[in-house]
Design a protein around this ligand. Structure first.
Ligand SMILES: Cc1cc2nc3c(=O)[nH]c(=O)nc-3n(C[C@H](O)[C@H](O)[C@H](O)COP(=O)(O)OP(=O)(O)OC[C@H]3O[C@@H](n4cnc5c(N)ncnc54)[C@H](O)[C@@H]3O)c2cc1C
Length: 565
């Protein structure tokens, strides 16, 4: 019996770990099975297959550096009867190492002492996951969402894309599931996961119906068709656990005691709902609510983000560039990640790349137009698209107040709306560079969700950003030749890459200016993307539960409130 077998270790926040062996950098061919994996590990360690038990893929990535020799690279955990001997023999060479499975546990709370049901504002990934963990802790949270449930919302979004009738409260930004529901559903984040929070979030996605592959794929994605049912299942689970979910419940104002403590909210300019613990997970598009927060004295600051155009190319050409002709069809539609420094010093990079996807009209306001990308779980669309964006900072905003970035976005979106006459304005790359309007499509057919019209995009962005865009496209063409294709489709405007504002909070996740309010997720400026917003929801839930365990908002020794970085 190996010394590690069956040993559990306890550490911070009650995390419990099971010890196994991790095999790293295992090269596998496309179409591999778990049997192949077991056999290959046994072969490499010169042991019998029986010794490699319960193999579990921890990580899978594609190594396409040496085309046409392309492989899956796996990291695999397994248990074995003689772990210590194996670790002794192969551990030193770094082929294998002990592996501890992490489990994050929520703090336990004595519910009898709780008088106050927490409120969660916003049913995007941050609000939904936060609400789920508060419900799981037995706190009976109330989730307030201005938009509709995901089923009804889908009908509104389809009607908008087909006919152009925008519902400003039920659209690609607003409604159950938040901005992420009609998306590519990419779940990867750039953040490290030392505490295992992200892994916990991904496990909950799987519990709610996602493909278990998302637990180990380097670039997991769900696709809109899967996301919609997952969101619905999560809502049902929140209700089963004693939570309450209200749609068409827009928070239009806040009840504040002596300018320092939250007492409740006003819904739809009428109903008052009292609570002393309120999670503010309103997303990056709740501009009317940002204005209410500013008026109510919430500590806020403008935040940098990025703007640009979304470009489309045939997915087949991208696959050929990334995998080589010999490997076409053997691997999933290829993603790309591109960065460049423009001659004028601006950084240009690809953002939210959607293989086999669509460019979508993601607007939420009248007479304003913004776009984003989405795909279905099969990523079966003809084109690949991504936003080619340039960073903007408060220096670029005319208005120097906390909402300067928001007004900067609004102006770009107003222009885009005008240029497309209410439809998504698009242009062929060659016409864009030659500064002439496009009359129609060339060899590349646009893949769009929402009405579109050929137009002239030049001058929509400030000159410096436009220069950087053209320079970036030129440089990207050296890495992926199809980027130079004259018929590549350019669409505008991508303005909501992340929140233009940060709602300041302290290390306990509470607003710097108001006790009892927990700014959370992307809209608060503390997350970017579905998984990172959901993870922030989990962090805020844990902080709120711990606050309640200390009988209120102020934890011992937590008098001094330092801004959270
Ligand atoms: C089209 C599109 C595609 C995307 N694709 C991806 C992707 O593939 N992968 C990825 O990681 N990220 C993607 N994103 C970004 C991702 O969706 C967001 O980062 C994420 O949804 C942020 O989560 P959140 O919960 O903080 O905010 P949101 O998802 O924006 O949710 C906020 C919620 O709050 C509600 N709300 C706002 N104001 C109020 C109020 N006053 N009262 C009550 N409710 C209110 C809104 O209706 C909304 O439902 C995409 C975004 C879009 C728009």
């Amino acid at each position: 019996m190996g010394i590690f077998h069956g040993v559990y270790r306890r550490n911070l926040r009650g995390r419990i770990g099971k010890i196994m062996i991790k095999y790293q950098q295992l090269k596998m061919h496309p179409g591999y099975t778990m049997e192949d994996v077991q056999k290959k590990i046994a072969q490499n360690l010169h042991v019998s297959r029986e010794l490699i038990k319960e193999p579990e893929i921890l990580r899978e990535s594609i190594d396409a550096r040496k085309k046409p020799q392309i492989f899956y690279i796996l990291s695999v955990a397994f248990s074995s009867d003689n772990e210590s001997a194996l670790l002794k023999k192969f551990g030193k060479k770094g082929e294998i190492a002990p592996y501890e499975k992490k489990e994050v546990r929520l703090p336990v709370i004595d519910k009898t002492s709780i008088t106050d049901r927490p409120l969660v504002i916003g049913a995007g990934p941050a609000g939904l996951f936060c609400c789920y963990y508060l419900a799981k802790a037995g706190l009976g949270p109330i989730l307030l969402e201005r938009g509709k449930c995901v089923e009804e919302r889908t009908a509104d979004v389809d009607a908008f894309w087909e006919k152009g009738n925008l519902n400003t409260e039920s659209n690609v930004q607003f409604g159950e599931g938040g901005a992420g529901a009609f998306s590519d559903g990419k779940l990867n984040t750039l953040n490290k996961d030392p505490l295992g929070y992200q892994a916990k979030i991904l496990s909950l996605f799987v519990e709610m119906g996602a493909d278990p592959k998302i637990l180990y794929e380097q670039k997991p994605h769900l696709g809109t068709d899967k996301l919609i049912s997952i969101v619905r299942n999560l809502r049902r689970e929140i209700i089963r656990l004693g939570g309450e979910v209200r749609f068409g419940a827009k928070v239009t104002d806040f009840l504040i005691e002596e300018k320092k403590k939250i007492k409740g909210v006003i819904i739809n300019d009428g109903e008052k709902l009292y609570a002393e613990h309120i999670v503010l997970a309103i997303g990056h598009s709740a501009r009317d609510t940002f204005q209410v927060l500013e008026r109510s004295g919430f500590a806020m600051e403008p935040k940098a983000f990025a703007v640009g155009y979304r470009v489309q190319h045939p997915q087949k050409d991208i696959d050929e560039s990334q995998y080589g002709e010999e490997n076409l069809g053997k691997f999933p539609p290829a993603p790309y990640k591109l960065t460049a420094k423009a001659k004028n010093g601006r950084s240009v990079y690809s953002f939210c790349m959607c293989p086999g996807g669509y460019v979508v009209n993601s607007s939420s306001e009248e007479n304003a137009l913004c776009i984003n990308g989405m795909s279905y779980s099969d990523r079966g669309g003809k084109n690949a698209n991504s936003a080619i964006v340039m960073s903007v900072t408060p220096e670029d905003f005319k208005d120097k107040g906390p909402l300067g970035g928001m007004y900067f976005q609004k102006e770009l979106e107003r222009q885009a709306y005008e240029r497309g006459k209410g439809a998504i304005p698009i242009q062929r790359l060659e016409d864009f560079i030659k500064n002439r309007p496009s009359k129609g499509e060339g060899a590349i057919k646009p893949c769009m969700k929402g009405r579109f019209s050929f137009a002239d995009l030049r001058g929509l962005l400030p000159d410096e950003l436009e220069e950087a865009f053209m320079d970036g496209m030129e440089q990207f063409g050296r890495k992926i030749p199809v980027f130079r294709h004259k018929d590549a489709i350019v669409a505008g405007v991508e303005a909501r890459t992340s929140s233009p504002v940060r709602i300041l909070r302290d290390e306990n996740f509470q607003s710097l200016s108001l006790e009892g309010i927990y700014p959370c997720g992307e809209g608060a400026g503390y997350a970017g993307g579905i998984t990172s917003a959901a993870t922030d929801g989990l962090r805020v839930a844990i902080a709120l539960i711990e606050d309640l365990s200390f009988g209120g908002c102020k934890r011992p020794g937590k008098g001094f409130r330092r801004k959270q970085q």
